[in-house]
Design a protein around this ligand. Structure first.
Ligand code: GAL
Length: 726
């Protein structure tokens, strides 16, 4: 029988290529996911992660009675891995974004076995995305999970769950691939609800290596929708006679996703405008080595905080934890192969095809995934190569269309969906259908979280304008903006601090006003949003004054007060943004109340109404003085597994919780408990805000973190560390 265990703990690490027999004393204990080094959040030099490092772990092995195979399953190692067991080479892998398995069986001995992984994190030109310039950093290390898998020699290797005709008469079939051809075996399969209730079953004999099992009758099933993402599982059992050999579980959803030639995307038969952002998988300080909790939180931020219904995993397959969470919360995904503008030689292309295969075989059961990106982002035409990627994608998954992200018109169109980076920001008329905008804004308007008020407002309004245009254009499927979060990059890009400040959130995932625009497009029934895009000061804008006040809100109406004076009630600006669900509010004339030369400057108060009922208020203090230091942990508990992390958010605010925009004050953190602070300490605030991470060690118990900044009351918070098996 199958036995799968997480293999993340008790690794030894050295930031060097150590000899296979090197003394353990040279190594440091680490837990995966692991970055080959820690960084500052900005000015990261890519040379600093480009080296070969060594990971070692001892595996205690007692052979079972029956014949068995032992695999190490790596979810992701950046950028290439060479694996040894007891000094014997057992496998190699090129490419940092896709999983691979190493068969240890023949190299294992009873007792202790030394597993060594050499991780080459250099930007090797024989491996995508490298070979030319790349506008993102890949970082290094065994940065995703590893599992130990023990299975019989003939076991289930891959399952493709196909739910079809879900709107009429749902059908379900399973393409099951075994590790080797077999004849005298049989299989059974059960369909389970999210509560583990078996609602249908089927069985069949096995012939050859791939068997298709079909459920002949299905009871009525709940559909997977963004609002109610109901998940099901199929459990497959493999038998020889009555002996159970293997059992697997695959999660999926019943949903119909279709891009039609009329220019629309249809989910379960209903047209849905795609509204979303691009996401890079990197984080401040830790590169790409974010544990499950942070991966899942990114999906939650995109869906629940930013109100997106789609994300593009630019420009590579991302963490299984991220995709699992997208399934669970109903966030649609456009997933693409690793790369950036450059296409390498035949060997490079062969790695790319392997990555495409690995991506689709890993992710084709995710109901959230609606489109495969089979072109290297923004690369030139290469009909030979892209005929092969399209064919392979259609062969591995006939149920999903292909897209291929391009940035020039007139390119060869070999895919099913025309996916286009439209940096005109004025929405070109579609040349091909269906037409999905996969990037806009980005480098055309880099904006730092601490930029001046006009810049931040214009950045937010640029996103609002493009989304408004696409919402009003029936020939466009949707628009995915560049980007969700700021990200570390190579020297050829970014603002001089090697960050692309292209996010609607900063690198800490804290919103700029563009983020507030996205937030404001969700239904007030989910979350009421009321946010004034103003520093509320006289002298930050050119010429001075507060100018036109922009408010991002999903309220029907807002009321504005300056000091005690009621200025008026306002409706959303439907003139400039007729197609948005919740247009921004534009309030003019406030300079008459807070004018140059006046002896007093008054507070701003906004009151939001939905269906005539007051639902929210925002007040901004006219003094704009730092009054409060706030420290919050996103999670109140962590698992004491040596890897779990939560974000610690720091804010210096006025008395009404608005960040003081240009605070650069140093904040010093103190920690008490069995955890580490990951980040800069003292931390110099970035536009009144910033974040570090708290990383659990191994002892359960409380951890208290205290933050201090000169002249402000200290802030503290407590996070509980739970035992591993709690
Ligand atoms: C695009 C590219 C992205 C990013 C973006 C910046 O051309 O696809 O990866 O570099 O520009 O705006």
């Amino acid at each position: 029988m199958r036995n799968v265990q997480l293999f993340n703990s008790d690794w030894l690490y050295v930031a060097d290529q150590a000899a296979l027999g090197a003394d353990d004393g040279q190594f440091t204990p680490v837990t995966l996911p692991h970055t080959n080094r820690l960084f500052s959040h900005r000015s990261v030099d890519n040379l600093d992660y480009q080296f070969v490092s060594t990971y070692r772990k001892y595996l205690d092995w007692t052979p079972g009675e029956a014949e068995e195979k032992v695999f190490l399953d790596f979810d992701g190692v950046m950028l290439a891995a060479t694996v040894y067991a007891n000094g014997v080479l057992v496998g190699e892998h090129l490419g940092g974004f896709t999983p691979f398995s190493i068969d240890l069986t023949d190299a294992l001995q009873p007792g202790s076995n030394a597993i060594t992984v050499y991780v080459d994190s250099r930007e090797r030109t024989d491996v995508p995305p490298y070979g030319h310039l790349v506008d993102y950093l890949t970082f290094g290390g065994i940065y995703r999970d590893v599992h130990l898998r023990v299975v019989p020699p003939c076991h289930i290797d891959n399952v493709f769950v196909r739910a079809q005709d879900v709107l009429t008469e749902p059908r379900l079939s399973l393409d099951v691939r075994l590790s080797q051809p077999a004849a005298d075996l049989r299989m059974t399969a059960s369909l389970l609800t999210a509560d583990d209730e078996a609602i249908a079953s089927t069985k069949g004999n096995v012939s050859g290596q791939t068997t298709t099992l079909t459920f002949h009758q299905l009871p009525p099933v709940d559909l997977w929708t963004p609002e109610r993402p109901v998940l099901h599982t199929v459990e497959i059992s493999l038998y020889r006679g009555d002996k159970l050999l293997d059992r697997t579980a695959s999660r999926f959803g019943f949903r119909a996703a279709e891009f039609r030639a009329d220019g629309g995307f249809y989910l379960n038969g209903q047209r849905l405008k795609l509204f979303g952002l691009d996401r890079h998988q990197t984080f401040p300080y830790i590169g790409a080595a974010a544990p499950a909790r942070l991966q899942r939180q990114d999906a939650d931020i995109l869906k629940h905080e930013l109100g997106c219904n789609v994300v593009r995993t630019s420009h590579y397959p991302q963490s299984p934890h991220f995709l699992n969470r997208c399934d669970e919360i109903g966030l649609l995904v456009f997933e693409e192969i690793p790369g950036w503008q450059h296409i390498g030689d035949e060997a490079w292309q062969s790695v790319s095809l392997d990555e495409l295969r690995a991506m689709i075989e890993r992710d084709r059961n995710h109901p959230s995934v609606i489109l495969w990106g089979v072109r290297i982002n923004e690369s030139r035409d290469d009909d030979d190569f892209y005929a092969r990627t399209n064919a392979l994608s259609h062969e591995l998954d006939p149920t999903r269309p292909t897209g291929g992200v391009r940035n020039f018109l007139g390119s060869s169109f070999l895919e099913d969906v025309y996916t286009y980076n439209d940096f005109s920001n004025t929405m070109l008329e579609p040349t091909e259908q269906p037409h999905l905008i996969t990037e806009f804004a980005g480098h055309m308007f880099p904006t730092k979280a601490w930029d001046n008020e006009e810049r931040l407002v214009d950045h937010a309004l640029l996103h609002a304008r493009v989304q408004n245009l696409q919402m009003g254009n029936d020939r466009v499927v949707g628009a995915i903006g560049w980007a969700a979060f700021d990200y570390n990059t190579h020297i050829e890009f970014g603002s001089g601090d090697r960050i692309c400040h292209h996010g609607v959130m900063d690198i800490f995932r804290l919103p700029k006003w563009a983020g507030r625009f996205y937030e404001s497009q969700q239904s007030p029934a989910d979350r009421v949003v009321l946010h004034a895009a103003t520093h509320w000061t006289m002298g930050d804008r050119s010429v001075g004054g507060v100018g036109t006040l922009t408010v991002f809100s999903n309220c029907d109406e807002i009321e504005v007060f300056v000091g005690d004076q009621r200025i008026g009630r306002y409706l959303p600006n439907r003139t400039d943004f007729p197609h948005l669900l919740h247009p921004p509010f534009s309030v003019d004339g406030l300079d008459a109340y807070n004018a140059w030369g006046q002896d007093k400057f008054y507070d701003l108060l906004l009151v939001g109404y939905v269906e005539g009922r007051e639902v929210a208020q925002q007040r901004i203090a006219s003094s704009r003085l730092p009054r409060c230091l706030a420290l919050t942990a996103d999670a109140s508990t962590l698992v004491a597994d040596g890897a779990d992390m939560t974000r610690l958010v720091l804010r210096i605010t006025d008395e009404f919780e608005n960040p003081v925009p240009y605070s650069v004050q140093a904040v010093t953190l103190e920690i008490n408990g069995d955890a580490d602070l990951i980040g800069e300490n003292p931390f110099a605030m970035v536009g009144g805000q910033g974040a570090l991470y708290l990383k659990a060690r191994h002892q359960p118990g409380p951890v208290t973190i205290t933050a201090r900044a000169g002249g402000l009351p200290a802030a503290s918070t407590t996070v509980g560390l739970l035992p591993l098996d709690a």
